[in-house]
Design a protein around this ligand. Structure first.
Ligand SMILES: Cc1ncc(COP(=O)(O)O)c(C=O)c1O
Length: 321
């Protein structure tokens, strides 16, 4: 449905984008309920663009942002872009965000704290208890950003309800994306949710005709394609369980994941070497040095046939019979 809608929008490509952006904001607001309206949203060209806009709105020269060391590098890049200082906080021994240590690093010049849930590259969620404990310690001048780009793949019941903080009027922004949730990474559409006064700062960083009508049409249509979304989620949940167990059975350490990837830890050959060996067999996986996890290799869940071929290649590379 999304691709058909994109094709249809292409027929109007000679026109500037029209009301598609506002309509998508209205549609997402209606879906999420909780009294949210179109004014609680800003749409961008993927979550990455939204993260950039947020940094443009809140990061300032001499100010700082806080993130976990093993998390999405775009937070540091966006902070650098607007001349802020990134404080990278050591994760807990199990690689979860150490939210208490993150709260300890907040000071008068902190503008943003990045909580990635589920986290790239470790795959863990921020639980309700962790989020509540953290939120009680956050001063008024700090914006807490929950990056929930992978939220649709979460199956754990204790996933923090970040939108509740938004509706309570806290300084919380929630970033989501159609890239993973709807399999539309190439079309570039993501958004941020927050209380109106807060997202208005982000809206001011948006360029005229910011997002293409093709991307907006596809994103909107994807929301109605319930069969596809259900199948996508199921394939991801099944695929990550298959990969996790297969990798553990090979005697490797693997992080349990709430995302659409799994991460191998401490491969005996080294992370870069394992990624290179798999590339030679046609599998593009990523060593996670740039994500603060130099001993990690991240593998995206594929179709079941691809997952099985991947495990066979991995078995060959690590020399298990
Ligand atoms: C945690 C996280 N946030 C945001 C993004 C941005 O995704 P996109 O720009 O495709 O929406 C990614 C992409 O990998 C991600 O892993």
């Amino acid at each position: 449905m999304a691709v058909a809608a994109a094709r249809q929008a292409l027929a109007q490509a000679h026109r500037y984008p029209g009301v598609g952006e506002r309509n998508l904001r209205r549609k997402i607001a209606a879906r999420l309920g909780r009294g949210l309206t179109a004014e609680n949203f800003v749409i961008g060209n993927g979550g990455t663009d939204v993260l950039r806009m947020i940094a443009q709105a809140f990061v300032f020269d001499g100010g700082n942002t806080i993130m976990s060391r093993a998390s999405f590098p775009m937070y540091r890049i966006a902070t650098d872009t607007f001349s802020g200082e990134t404080r990278q906080v050591e994760p807990a021994p199990d690689l979860r965000h150490d939210v208490a240590a993150m709260a300890d690093r907040i000071d008068a010049d902190t503008s943003l704290v990045y909580l990635c849930s589920p986290n790239n590259p470790t795959g863990h969620i921020i639980t309700q208890a962790e989020a509540d404990a953290f939120m009680t310690r956050v001063p008024e001048h700090v914006v807490v950003l929950f990056d929930e780009s992978y939220c649709d793949f979460v199956t754990e019941p204790n996933y923090a309800d970040s939108l509740a903080y938004v509706t309570e009027g806290r300084n919380v922004l929630v970033v989501r994306s159609f890239s993973k949730s709807a399999g539309l990474a190439g079309l570039r559409c993501g958004y941020v949710i927050g209380r109106r006064e807060l997202v208005d700062y982000v809206r001011h960083t948006q360029l005229p005709f910011h997002t293409s009508d093709v991307a907006l049409a596809a994103a909107s249509a994807s929301m109605d394609d319930e069969d596809f979304l259900r199948e996508l989620r199921q394939a991801v949940v099944n695929g990550r369980a298959f990969l996790y167990h297969a990798i553990c059975d090979l005697g490797l350490a693997c992080l349990p994941s709430q995302t659409n990837f799994v991460t191998i830890l401490d491969p005996p050959s080294g992370a870069n070497e394992l990624a290179a060996a798999l590339l030679q067999r046609g599998f593009i996986v990523r060593a996670m040095g740039a994500f603060g996890l130099p001993n990690g290799v991240r593998i995206s869940v594929g179709a079941q046939e691809e997952n099985e071929k991947f495990v066979a290649a991995l078995r060959e590379v690590i020399g298990v019979q």
